[in-house]
Design a protein around this ligand. Structure first.
Ligand code: GDP
Length: 595
């Protein structure tokens, strides 16, 4: 308790709205409302700084104080990533040094990309002609004969989403801070991420070539956020650099090796092979290509790997110069060919003993994801059922419209509607112009709201996220239809509106005549997925020549429920045998509108 009787609360330099709400023992919606009333529009996942959070905390009757570095909570560090656990379980006698893996973080425009390019161009492995020819999401350089691995997409999923999964991939963070601009919100956020992940930070004080660079001011700011510079007896190395003139780059690499030497950066090259997916893309001729960062063991051509929900036997491996290689030891980024579909950046990969084991693991993962998804589904109808049973007394809505002029009348009408219903409340959590975004979906998921759109769109990624999070999106182009639906929802009369949704497309590559009436098309999924229990259309030269049901769906000899982007499969369609090579098969389902 502080002197004035208010509760003292310790908050970090930067936190998300959701985290702040937890700290303050209130709902995220309450926090968002207070922020709004102070002129700050924030969504639930937005990072806000201490000063902003302090305003909310004060309004809720707390005396906020800033958290010092050592107080970063244990629980925020997440669990030890699996690949680190694998290394910890190795026989210490078998561990050998591996190159450190570096990720570069920092505020936008402070020079992350420029710095990565500068390092890459000046320090590609000595003596190797050609240099690095392609971006694969990570690269290695040598400094004084020693290798250093960089993840080369700043603020990459390979660091941020890995953190979310408790699977941090980097050993050291280089935090880029522009000497003319100083510590900014994303600098603080990055510093907090690194601290929470217990990854050491080296500051690259960039743009020191600029006339208005003010290194001393930046060092003071760094000290204020708990990064005490080494020259002031702190333990954070601050290296002045210019990504533009390339000044200081050697010092930076030197410092990286120095910090690496003070840590235990080891792995067992002969141990269990595990690592992280850095990025993945679909190539027309070779199918899925994935960049993997090996973190323990040695990856070899011919190994069977499972990465997220994809698996395959490695047909070929390439290094950063697009040269074929047969083996990749720890800390090496490699591009592999042979996965059956695209894994996601940040997924862990591991080598398994055979294809059967790989199939089993993937099947279990898919089943788990499905189970989670159906548990989370809260459609408009379900929410209404809970409404009726008295579990919920509030219909929460997020409203997105094309122009402000339509937003206002809709909000007013919704409020009127709400007043008519005695026991139930309509609560418009958020009303804004613009298309439906991923943050709208996250806000809806967190607050169990439904998203209503008026003359706006939700792209594929947004719909995908909504589906995973179990969020309903309904889009209208006539105001009274929207209001009618909300009214019906309040009265429990809403009929699910069925619309067609295309979920995937495939191309016919080969045709197999099993018998006269049984023809199977060998296909590859171009995008999305093809499901056994869905409907399909056969399209030739942009004309639909057949619409019907799937008779069978097979991967090699096995019947499967679904096949996804990049996979090859066989399909038979009920009452249809007339496939031609080059036909496009479009798969669709009928589902509740937006749900
Ligand atoms: P990022 O958003 O952090 O990746 O920043 P960029 O690498 O895109 O850099 C932002 C801008 O700063 C670009 O116009 C760069 O040319 C410029 N910039 C980056 N590093 C330096 C530097 O050391 N000195 C100067 N003068 N400009 C730089």
């Amino acid at each position: 308790m502080s002197n004035d009787g208010k509760k003292t609360i310790t908050l970090p330099y930067s936190m998300s709205v959701r985290e702040l709400a937890n700290e303050l023992d209130t709902s995220a919606v309450q926090v968002i409302k207070i922020l709004m009333s102070n002129g700050v529009m924030a969504n639930i996942n937005q990072q806000i700084d201490f000063d902003t959070a302090a305003v909310v905390a004060t309004e809720l009757g707390y005396t906020p104080q800033v958290q010092q570095e050592e107080e970063v909570k244990e629980e925020e560090t997440g669990e030890v990533p699996l690949w680190r656990r694998v290394i910890l379980e190795e026989d210490p006698a078998k561990l050998v040094n591996r190159p450190p893996v570096i990720t570069i973080l920092g505020h936008v425009d402070h020079g992350k990309t420029t710095l990565l390019d500068a390092i890459r161009h000046t320090n590609v492995a000595e003596g190797e002609a050609g240099g690095i020819t392609q971006h694969i999401g990570a690269y290695q350089v040598t400094h004084k004969g020693r290798l250093i691995t960089f993840l080369d997409t700043p603020g990459h999923a390979a660091f941020t989403s890995m953190r979310a999964r408790g699977a941090q991939g980097a050993d050291i963070v280089v935090l880029v801070v522009a000497a003319d601009d100083g510590v900014q919100p994303q600098t603080r956020e990055a510093a907090n991420h690194a601290k929470a992940a217990k990854v050491p930070i080296i500051v690259a004080l960039n743009k020191i070539d600029k006339l208005d660079a003010n290194p001393d001011r930046v060092k003071r700011q760094l000290a204020e956020i708990g990064l005490q510079p080494d020259e002031w007896e702190g333990d954070t190395f601050v290296v002045p650099v210019s990504a533009k003139t390339k000044q200081g780059l050697d010092d930076l690499l030197e410092t990286i090796l120095l910090v690496a030497d003070s840590m235990l950066i080891k792995a067992n090259p002969k141990g269990k092979c595990i690592g992280t997916v850095v990025e993945a893309r679909l190539e027309k001729t070779t199918g899925p290509m994935a960049t993997l960062l090996v973190q323990n063991g040695t990856l070899k051509v011919g190994d069977v790997v499972v990465a997220g929900e994809s698996w395959g036997k490695i047909k070929a491996m390439f290094d950063q110069r697009n040269k074929r290689i047969k083996e990749a030891p720890p800390s090496t980024p490699v591009v592999i060919m042979g996965l059956d579909q695209l894994p996601e950046a940040g997924d862990l990969f591991q080598v398994v003993s055979n294809e059967k084991e790989a199939r089993q693991i993937v099947a279990e993962r898919i089943a788990q994801r499905e189970a989670k998804r159906s548990a989370k589904r809260a459609t408009l109808e379900e929410l209404f059922a809970r409404f009726k049973s008295g579990e919920t007394k509030e219909l929460r809505l997020i409203l997105k419209a094309d122009v402000y002029g339509s937003l206002e009348p809709i909000v007013n009408s919704l409020e009127e509607l709400g007043k008519k219903e005695k026991d139930m409340l309509i609560n418009v959590l958020h009303a804004e112009t613009g298309n439906i975004t991923e943050s709208d979906v996250m806000l809806a998921a967190a607050s169990e709201a439904i998203i209503l759109g008026f003359n706006v769109e939700a792209d594929q990624d947004v719909r995908h996220l909504a589906e995973n999070e179990g969020v309903s999106i309904r889009i209208y182009n006539i105001i009274y239809r929207l209001l009618e639906d909300v009214e019906k929802a309040l009265k429990g009369l809403l009929e699910p509106e069925m619309v067609e949704k295309v979920i995937g497309k495939a191309e016919v590559l080969a045709i197999f005549k099993i018998s006269k009436s049984n023809v199977v098309a060998g296909c590859r999924v171009i995008e999305g997925e093809i499901r056994r229990n869905a409907s399909v259309r056969v399209i030739r030269n942009d004309q639909v020549i057949h619409t019907g049901e799937v008779a069978s769906l097979k991967r090699e000899k096995d019947d499967v429920r679904e096949v996804r982007a990049g996979m090859e499969f066989g399909i038979a369609i009920k009452n249809f045998n007339d496939f031609k090579i080059g036909d496009v098969i479009e798969c669709f389902v009928m589902e509740q509108f937006g749900g």
